[in-house]
Design a protein around this ligand. Structure first.
Ligand code: COA
Ligand code: MG
Length: 300
């Protein structure tokens, strides 16, 4: 049977991660009834500077109340003074993890890991428990260091990416074409996120679909994201969550085909390549099949 190499992401990840502006008690209350695998309480771009202090306190209270799904907090970028204030306020509530925006590279994730080490100790949280999810592509310079995530802190739970801040940074007037498709520079960023996550052995999470009224377009986008290897996707609106959850669930046909491939290799343990339905299957097909079955088992 082909051996699983280090480039196969072994960690599980949430399919749908819903952003909720942490200064909005109304949206936070609504989020409690949404079927998202994870919530990301946002303290960064969706919260005005004047509302950050209140947002931190609201986020802390929300996390302390407990919640069935994973609770992440997106702090402000590490090179702002807001970041430490964010961490000091929310860590006593012990969130599942920290979403790190605009990192300069893996070194920012490592620096955040050091801060978390101290804050976990101060707050009696088991060491290493707090995960990190970087939004890895928001700075142009970060794109040249994506491979460093392979040696980053073990807190790394995945990689996600963003186009809006990246396009603003380079002075672009758009990141999508008139049909909503990524323009070439942002396709590159998306691909780098996917490959860097795979190289680091963590799941890749696709970015937000901002046209939140277009659920059909979202379903199409999310299916393509799974096809490409992403394991989940960020959401900005409650109505996006079910669409994303469904898109990241392997279909019955995919599961049946995967079972046949795995079964065929199990019956032929010394085979490298085999024929199935007139097509060649070899190690990459076996790896894909294993991955589909693992995802299906996790979602059952
Ligand atoms: N989380 C929880 N509830 C949300 C929500 C979210 N992300 N987005 C909208 N809602 C709520 C609204 O408050 C509204 O509640 P109500 O029915 O009780 O009035 C309901 O869902 C329908 O919302 P809708 O009127 O369709 O949208 P809106 O105009 O109120 O909000 C956005 C649109 C984009 C401002 C909002 O979806 C949002 O804040 N998204 C998250 C933004 C964010 O975090 N960005 C940072 C990452 S890119
Ligand atoms: Mg942003």
């Amino acid at each position: 049977m082909p051996a699983v190499g280090p480039d196969v992401a072994e960690a599980g990840v949430s399919r749908s991660l819903l952003f909720v502006p942490a200064d909005s008690e109304k949206k936070l209350a609504k989020a409690r009834g949404v079927n998202a695998d994870a919530l990301i309480l946002d303290l960064e771009d969706s919260v005005a500077a004047s509302a950050k202090k209140a947002a931190r306190q609201i986020a802390r209270g929300f996390i302390a109340e407990g919640f069935a799904a994973e609770l992440w907090v997106r702090i402000n970028p590490l090179d702002t003074s807001d970041a430490l204030d964010d961490l000091r306020e929310i860590m006593p509530a012990a969130p599942f993890g920290i979403v790190l925006p605009k990192p300069r590279g893996a070194r920012d994730a490592n620096q955040l890991a050091k801060l978390l080490e101290v804050l976990e100790q101060e707050n009696n949280i088991p060491p290493g428990r707090t995960k990190i999810l970087p939004v890895a592509t928001e700075r142009p310079s970060a794109l040249f260091h994506m491979q460093d995530y392979a040696d980053a802190t073990p807190r790394l739970a995945g990689l996600t990416w963003g186009a809006e801040d990246l396009s603003a940074a380079v002075g672009a007037t758009a990141c999508r074409d008139t049909d909503g498709r990524w323009l070439a520079p942002y396709e590159l960023a998306r691909s780098l996120c996917l490959f860097a996550a795979s190289a680091a052995g963590v799941p890749a999470v696709d970015t937000v679909y901002t046209d939140f009224k277009d659920l059909e377009g979202l379903a199409h986008y999310a299916c393509n994201a799974r096809r490409d290897g992403f394991e989940g996707m960020l959401a900005i609106h409650p109505e996006q969550v079910d669409v994303i959850n469904e898109a990241f669930r392997p279909s019955a046909e995919e599961i049946a085909r995967a079972e046949r491939i795995v079964g065929l290799f199990a019956e032929n343990p010394d085979a490298g390549a085999l024929g199935m339905d007139g097509e060649m299957i070899d190690r990459p097909h076996w790896l894909q099949a294993k991955r589909i079955l693992k995802t299906a088992a996790r979602l059952n």
